[in-house]
Design a binder for this molecule. Structure first.
Ligand code: MN
Length: 247
């Protein structure tokens, strides 16, 4: 199996090194990742300038673009083969509920999915990254499962793993996305030159976090796996819209 690995934290992140190392047990790994931290980049493509690809001493390719750029250019031009899987991560921090809208980690996997490749986004719930090996182990298990039991259609799985020792993990649970409260307000700061700046505040706490959600699984020491789709159409509203348009 040939696996393309990317992330949004940058090619130097300890999370991507751990992920690449773990996945080598199941296949041939190529890393193409952003040259700097692009967390929160979502599904952005760079269209106003050419991108350059360079290779680090450890063999990782790094790109002066977004996570989506990395997967897009890897699959459509840089690599001489189409990867069997795209795996993005290990992100330092949760990508649960509404986080998925903004996440560059999820976006990199989503780009693989849109290009018809089974894809996985892997995040460690906790900024400290004490137990990256736990998330790496879950990612490896998932990749082995893909190899053993392909799902028959391209899939996009969003995986969140609690930052605990692997021995304490209570299994892997299929979940739906929960919801967060509104984000914290922007923080107004004064710049050294006397201008007013605005710094985007942190994400809100979990609001819909009941049984069955990603938040609930992680809270109960389980790895969460949510299948994602890309169709943003609001189908129940679509059914009502023709009537509304006649009013
Ligand atoms: Mn990130």
């Amino acid at each position: 199996m040939r696996i393309l690995v990317s992330n949004d934290d940058g090619y130097f992140s300890p999370g991507i090194a751990k992920l690449a190392e773990a996945l080598r047990a199941v296949g041939e790994v190529t890393v193409v990742a952003p040259e700097r931290d692009r967390s929160g980049a979502s599904n952005s493509l760079t269209l106003d300038r050419p991108l350059t690809v360079r290779q680090a001493a450890n063999g990782f390719y790094f790109v002066n673009g977004t996570p989506t750029d990395c997967v897009h250019l890897a699959v459509t031009g840089l690599l001489s083969f189409v990867p069997d899987m795209v795996v993005s991560g290990i992100n330092l921090g949760a990508n649960m509920g509404d986080d998925t809208i903004y996440s560059g980690t999820v976006a990199a996997a989503m780009e693989g999915f849109l290009l018809g490749i089974p894809s996985l986004a892997v995040s460690l719930v906790g900024k400290r990254g004490d137990h990256l090996e736990t998330a790496a182990q879950v990612a490896l298990e998932m990749a082995q499962r893909f190899a053993r039991a392909p799902m028959g259609e391209p899939v996009l799985l969003n995986v969140n793993v609690p930052d605990i020792p692997a021995a304490q993990l209570q299994g892997i649970e299929a979940t739906r996305l929960g919801r967060r409260h509104k984000a914290e307000p922007v923080v107004r700061i004064e710049t050294p030159r006397g201008d007013t700046g605005y710094w985007i505040g942190p994400a809100g706490g979990a609001a819909d976090a009941g049984p069955g959600t990603d938040f609930y699984a992680v809270e109960h020491a389980r790895a969460s796996v949510t299948p994602l789709q890309v169709d943003l159409t609001f189908h129940t509203q679509l059914a009502r819209l023709p009537d509304w348009l006649r009013q």
